[in-house]
Design a protein around this ligand. Sequence first.
Ligand code: NAG
Ligand code: NAG
Ligand code: NAG
Ligand code: NAG
Ligand code: NAG
Ligand code: ZN
Length: 275
Amino acid sequence: MIFSPKFFALAASAITSVSASCGHIYTGEVLGSVEVAGFNYTETGGPLNWYGLNSTANNLCAKGKHQSPIVLDKRTGFLEDNSKLVMKVPKTDGGRMENIGDVIQVKTNGTLSFEGLNYTLSQFHFHTPSEHRIEEEYSPMEMHWVYQTPNKDTAVVAFMFELNPYGYNPEVVDNIFHNLGGASEPGNYTKTEELEFDYFIDHLMHNPIYYYTGSLTTPPCTEGIKWLVSQIPLPLNVCTYNAVKRVLKYNARYTQNALGEENLLSLAASELNGH
Ligand SMILES: *[C@@H]1O[C@H](CO)[C@@H](O)[C@H](O)[C@H]1NC(C)=O
Ligand SMILES: *[C@@H]1O[C@H](CO)[C@@H](O)[C@H](O)[C@H]1NC(C)=O
Ligand SMILES: *[C@@H]1O[C@H](CO)[C@@H](O)[C@H](O)[C@H]1NC(C)=O
Ligand SMILES: *[C@@H]1O[C@H](CO)[C@@H](O)[C@H](O)[C@H]1NC(C)=O
Ligand SMILES: *[C@@H]1O[C@H](CO)[C@@H](O)[C@H](O)[C@H]1NC(C)=O
Ligand SMILES: [Zn+2]
């Protein structure tokens, strides 16, 4: 492939953190403590045993038939008209970034209007690797924007990330993680840099969006969650990816059975019992 000088000028100006080594990026101050989740992704704390941690609260994790994440492919519909989705996230001088053990989440203001409901942004957070897979392919990182109505109707807008060969990071992604060091331990929180979110919203509006109804990907695995997953991944710098992965480690639930089919754990249990 041949790139014009104009392309290189553009690429160079877009790179916000250029360095041969990853250097001392993503430091930050711990500002206080938050409560951590009672589940994780390891051994008996992991997704195969979330039901076992509390079979009343987490019943759907092992028995629900519309569980997330899933493999997104030709069977999954796309949203027909992206303009039916109105996501507004105002610029902030800093959101609260919390390490609650299972994820790193950022709390800031935002709204979503979709199918006649007005949702409020609860938080956005990250998974490494991705939870959904697009045509079977996973991504190194997935971002979830969790929206709720006062009646607890929930919608999640998701973005996938793909490592960028030119070391490019969207500026907002750099600013989200700039103070990651202040939330590197479960139970710590810090504040992000100034954040301006148009980059995500523009991408969402201008690319196909998978749309299906599934569940929370963490306990209690509540169903009836509207998933809106942007199909085309966003770019991610390798240094950022490594820094985030070092904190999140592994926090992806395995992909669930096809929508409407028996829960894989129920199926496995009956097979083990010889039924
Ligand atoms: C940050 O987390 C560590 C490890 O859990 C804890 O010892 C420390 O007290 C936390 N710092 C604050 C300010 O909460
Ligand atoms: C995960 O949770 C289980 C069960 O609570 C616990 O035994 C284990 O130490 C936890 N592991 C990690 C890495 O947090
Ligand atoms: C299990 O979940 C139920 C329902 O959410 C709750 O009332 C109960 O206290 C939980 N049990 C334990 C042992 O945490
Ligand atoms: C959210 O909006 C309120 C009211 O305008 C404002 O005081 C607060 O600072 C905003 N939060 C963030 C994280 O920007
Ligand atoms: C959602 O917000 C719009 C604009 O503020 C308003 O016109 C509409 O009535 C709201 N819908 C619901 C269901 O609250
Ligand atoms: Zn999530």
